[in-house]
Design a protein around this ligand. Structure first.
Ligand SMILES: [Zn+2]
Length: 241
């Protein structure tokens, strides 16, 4: 509790959603990394797999707001406020789905944060395979394949399996975003979870602590990206609607 109180006292203006935001992702599958820089990304990569059926997606994925309607959702890839500047294929609604176990765990996180007047805002959860392919095409088209190689944009994302989520902290009542040091989808070392100071560092530590205590793991190159292990995850291409 005291941790929440300290953080609430220190809270300042929220992060304006105005920041350029956007590109985030879980790193791509690279079975044979050729340099040390590739290694961290491999930890969160998904292996290439056949896409599972929409029927299976419907039976395994769950809307996070069905678990707790106080979780805020701002699906960045459903609109133009993302690193590509346009909605991505496969996103047709401002909704966030996860594998049921992960969605339920996220509800536990929300409940715990709520005791301190805080809550979650989700930027992305389950991501259709076609959206990931569009991200990769964007990187290639714009000459930024280093973002693929450096682990910022995934060729095969755990988001496709519904076991990764991108989120930040907000004030529960107002929805005001706290400042965690960088906008969502910042593709630089400033987004590495350990690279923050002062209030932003404390917010990151709080987010990681509560998420990890409920079973999630943080990706150390992106403070907003967390994964949740489920048995035999499979990728889907079900449209978000
Ligand atoms: Zn992510």
């Amino acid at each position: 509790m005291s941790e929440f109180r300290r953080i609430r006292r220190a809270r300042t203006a929220a992060l304006a959603a105005a920041l350029a935001g956007c590109a985030h992702s879980a790193p791509a599958a690279r079975p044979e990394p050729t340099n040390p820089a590739a290694a961290p990304a491999a930890a969160v990569n998904a292996q290439p797999q056949p896409t599972a059926s929409n029927a299976l997606a419907d039976s395994l994925l769950m809307d996070v707001r069905a678990v707790d309607s106080t979780i805020r959702v701002e699906a960045r890839y459903a609109g133009s406020h993302n690193f590509t500047g346009a909605p991505l294929p496969g996103y047709e609604a401002n909704r966030a789905f996860l594998r049921r176990e992960a969605a339920v765990a996220l509800g536990r996180v929300q409940a715990r944060l709520g005791t301190g007047g805080l809550g979650l805002k989700v930027f992305d959860g389950y991501r259709p395979v076609r959206a990931t392919l569009a991200m990769v095409a964007w990187a290639e088209r714009t000459g930024q394949t280093h973002l693929l190689d450096d682990g910022y944009i995934a060729r095969r994302s755990r988001h496709n399996q519904g076991v990764a989520v991108d989120l930040t902290l907000v004030e529960l009542e107002s929805g005001f975003e706290l400042d965690l040091g960088t906008p969502f989808d910042t593709f630089s070392a400033a987004a590495h979870t350990a690279n923050a100071t002062g209030r932003a560092a404390r917010y990151r530590q709080l987010l990681v602590k509560v998420m990890e205590e409920e079973g999630f793991k943080n990706y150390d190159q992106e403070w907003w990206h967390f994964t949740y292990d489920v048995p035999n995850p499979v990728p889907f291409d079900r449209v978000v609607r």
